[in-house]
Every structure is written in structure tokens, then in C-alpha cells.
Design a protein around this ligand. Structure first.
Ligand SMILES: [Zn+2]
Length: 312
């Protein structure tokens, strides 16, 4: 019903009848689950270069009459949309607009369907004590990461064919999306009690088993945005962020040694670091993440999906 209401209220410009009847884009995988990635391809005649202005895909996530959220394609007409783990399951409309203005250009729309996914068993953890000095330090560190993210070139595509795993052998210690609940541990009853009012935090990546010193590989070619040591306990430790273009980043945490530095370009499969147990107190493992369009998505499923749909 929402879709019909949306179409009835629609006003758009159409260059001519034949253009209006052609599909202007297609969705490679219109049915996904929370934490997955949608891939949209804009037809060449609707890409920026052909149109003379920028075309974005728009998605009405709230189903209302508000303008949809816009997604900018890379220079080759591809759009990757990361679906948040808490995205409300349902059907959503996708259509093309002139970027920044929300003006629709053709009649064509398509529907994506997001299904609920059950993530791993919740984990409890204690709420860190308030410490103004540490909070200030974390703010500084967030700035370092945000500056790195801002350097990503979403228009480029640095990838070289299929994606590979970051480790030769993959054993999952903790899967993507597992909820972290803040709680209080009762030593007598040996049980956790959740602290009310504090939302749980989904595991932003996947924890892979890795002895200290295991070679860590770039999952595809790209640019090193950041190779930085975050030493505060409970944080990233030594961390690398790679930019693969198209709004796709891969992140590797708790490393022991860097083999690359910020600004380097890396080839797919290149050893970029050795895994580790940083910062102090972290058990040895690799926390591996992919960030697509500023959303953390299931990294191993992203690799599978990209290889299924993009590599011929
Ligand atoms: Zn982790």
C-alpha cells in the first residue's frame, strides 16, 4: 500500500517516452538480510557522465513521504549500500534522483526486501568506569579514525577481481553482529544482569582465530588510509584501514606489526601486517571488519557476495 501511495503522489520529469520506459538501474541482489550489502548498478545512459549532472540512488528507509536517503555511485555506476544490523525488516523503494536535489528523473523504481537475521548469542560486558582523561583521549582517537575515513575515494574502484580472505585459514571465534550487552556480574549467582537503558552494541566485525604473528592479507587492492596504534585498553590496538574505493573499506585490528603505512597502495593478497594481541589485555585474534557506505557489514558475507555478483 505504501508503494502505491508513493507512486500516486509522484511528480517527475521525463526526457521522452522511450527513455522513460527503459530501466535506469538494476539491483543485483534485491533480497538481503540485516548486515548485508546491496549492490545497485546504474545503466550507462543514466550515469553522471551521460547525464551531465550527478545521479544518485534514493531509498525511502522510513517509508514516508520524506525524501529518501541518497547514495552516490562510483565512477562506474556501481552503488554499494551497507544494511545496518538493526535495519527494520521490510520492503523499501529505490529510485534515481538528481543528487542533492531529490528530483526524480524517470518513472522506474524497484523494491528491496530486507529480512531479519538472527545474530549470535549475546555477550555481557561491564560498563567502563567514567574517566574524563580517557574519554578525552578516545575523542582524539575517534578524530584520527574519522580523518582517515574522510580520505576514502568513493568514486574510485581500486579492486582487482575477486576478494580474498584476510587469513589463510578462517576459524570464527565470534561472529559478526553478536550483541554486546552492558551488565553487572553477580559473583554469588555467577550471572549477569543487564543494565537497563543502555542499548546493546552489535559486534562490528568478525573475530578470527590467529596466533600472534600470523600474516594478515589485504582482501583486495587498495590504499592504506591508516596504520595506527591505539594503545588504550579495550580499544583497537594496532589497526589498519584500507580503502578499496566505491565506499568499501576493510579494517584489521589488534595487530602486532605493520608491514605498510598510510598512503601506501597495496595489492590484493599482499601481507599488510602480522596479527597480534594489542592493546594490552586483548587475547590474540584478528578483528576483521568491512565498512560499506559508513555501515559495518558482515565482512565474510560481504566477500562471498561481492565474489558471487561482481566477478565473472
Ligand atoms: Zn571483535
Amino acid at each position: 500500500m505504501k508503494i502505491i501511495a508513493f507512486l500516486v503522489g509522484l511528480i517527475f520529469l521525463s526526457p521522452n517516452i522511450s527513455d522513460a520506459q527503459a530501466k535506469s538501474f538494476y539491483i543485483l541482489n534485491p533480497e538481503v538480510e540485516q548486515g548485508d550489502v546491496l549492490i545497485i548498478i546504474i545503466e550507462p545512459q543514466w550515469q553522471t557522465k551521460a547525464m551531465g549532472f550527478s545521479i544518485c540512488a534514493s531509498v525511502k528507509w522510513d517509508g514516508s513521504d520524506n525524501p529518501g536517503q541518497e547514495y552516490t555511485p562510483n565512477n562506474y555506476g556501481k552503488i554499494f549500500i551497507g544494511i545496518e544490523v538493526d535495519m527494520k525488516p521490510g520492503e523499501y523503494i529505490v529510485f534515481l534522483v538528481e543528487c542533492g536535489r531529490g528530483v526524480r528523473l524517470d518513472w522506474y523504481y524497484d523494491v528491496i526486501k530486507i529480512s531479519e537475521r538472527s545474530f549470535g548469542k549475546p555477550w555481557y560486558r561491564t560498563l567502563p568506569k567514567r574517566n574524563p582523561k580517557i574519554s578525552a583521549r578516545r575523542e582524539e582517537e575517534k578524530k584520527i579514525k574519522n580523518e582517515a575515513y574522510a580520505k576514502a575515494s568513493a568514486g574510485e574502484d581500486y579492486t582487482d577481481g575477486d576478494f580474498v580472505n584476510p587469513l589463510d585459514s578462517i576459524t570464527i571465534n565470534d561472529s559478526f553482529g553478536t550483541p554486546r550487552i552492558y551488565g553487572v556480574y553477580n559473583k554469588k549467582t555467577k550471572t549477569w544482569m543487564a543494565i537497563k537503558g543502555i542499548p546493546s552494541v552489535p559486534h562490528g566485525g568478525v573475530d578470527l582465530q590467529a596466533k600472534i604473528g600470523t600474516p594478515v592479507k589485504a582482501i583486495n587492492s587498495g590504499l592504506v588510509l591508516l596504520a595506527h596504534d591505539f594503545p588504550l585498553s579495550g580499544t583497537e590496538g594496532k589497526m589498519i584501514i584500507l580503502d578499496h574505493g566505491s565506499g568499501i573499506l576493510s579494517l584489521y585490528l589488534h595487530l602486532s606489526r605493520f608491514k605498510v603505512k598510510a598512503g601506501n597502495s597495496v595489492k590484493k593478497g599482499e601481507i599488510i601486517a602480522l596479527s597480534g594481541a594489542t592493546p594490552k589485555g586483548t587475547p590474540p585474534h584478528l578483528h576483521f571488519m568491512t565498512r560499506v557506505n559508513e555501515t559495518n557489514v558482515d565482512p565474510l558475507r560481504f566477500i562471498e557476495l561481492a565474489n558471487q555478483y561482481l566477478v565473472k
